[in-house]
Design a protein around this ligand. Sequence first.
Ligand code: PHE
Length: 467
Amino acid sequence: MTAVREHFGSRLGFILAAAGSAVGIGNLVAFPVAATKSGGGAFLLVYALFVFLICLPVMMAELAMGRRSDKDPVGAYRQLSSGSHLWRIPGWLALATPFMIAVFYLVVTVWVLGYLIETVTGNLDKLAAPDFFIQFINTPQIFIYLVALMLLINAILAMGVKDGIERAAKTLMPMLFVMLLGLVIFVLTLENASLGLKYYLIPDFSKLDGNVVSKAMAQAFFSLSLGMGIMITYGSYMKRQDSIPGSSRAVAITDTLVAFTAGLLILPSIFHFNPQIDPTELSESSAGMIFQFLPRIFLALQDGIGYVGASVVATTFFFLVLVAAITSLVSIIEVPIATLRDERRMERKKAIYLIAGVQFLLAIACAVSFGMVNWITDFVQLAGASKSFFDLVEIIFYDTILPLNGLLVCLFVIYKWKKANFDKELQEGDEKFAGSFSQKYVNFSLGTFIPLILLLIFINTVALKFF
Ligand code: PHE
């Protein structure tokens, strides 16, 4: 047996760590881009509804599973299903998913780190050149940055739950809030900022269609770090006297506020850069936004605040994204660590070496799939187009398995583990929850329309991405 299970030291510590997981590149970039392209305020509204009506109950379910079982996702499914063989499958999926998503997230974070180093060393002008990104992701420096990033993240993880994960979140998250607010205040003083605000906030309901709605849902789900076993694992480190519903709400609110605030940063910057712009023409991808479009916007700031000023703004931005990505990576890599510790009784350090080794190799496979190694670049043909190894990881795990995992959590908690047990767990640390409207809503929604919506998203993705 492992010694006493580690726990987060305080409720605030847990909330910051979980919010650290939730706040990531998704909030800072993918969310503003999606909102821009999909009807501004109308998207915000749909997104907020999804967060609070659909994702929040799933978060409570994952946290409750973790806390009740005191285990990693594989162990949680096994224990709460009293050893059912069938329910082992979602447990393993909830392990494979974070493992593989971590790989592709690592690669993107390596690029962020590389961009940060370039801006700090005065090379913002290089970043703004049209083909810099493609050249950059194919340079061998990438591997040095990968090693540096992995050393940092694994050093945090090696210190354990309270002294590593929680302490990092307590330091980094307040830093993130301050940097984000500082940047927003600066951007709002720029010329034409109000055009961006108008575009962002005034709803255009004509843009809402099935695709937009499904995108908002997928974005909300990913943003709250659901379907990746993370909240099950973090739940197992939660104290019994803390409220699961209350803490989940705090995490969801923080995550949504950060995403919303990031829009206040990105949209006014875009309109300052070009007041005539039609933001729906922007590229769909977050990578295009962070690594190609934003550097040009930052460089253009030099007309007003000089090259050094523009570099400081760019540096702050990339540092902000890096911090957000690090706290997310820490949470996602903790899942396989917890599994090896709980299921194989492995020591934390040993588990870290093993996982880091495998992830390093896979991250290299992803990183070289942008042209450095041809067969990994054209790995398979899907839906009529050739896909790289990097694309494949994203399509299979992020687009497809994520909603499936969410669906399985709902079905498991309500129909296998059973409502009464789930309720009991939610009431622990929160007596007021018993018999409340929230409780009825959570129970009803998790057993009915939430799994249905997740199923539809799953089917839609499979149809779209694989055929
Ligand atoms: N919530 C994160 C984001 O919005 C997603 C994520 C969490 C990714 C954990 C990886 C690990 O970017």
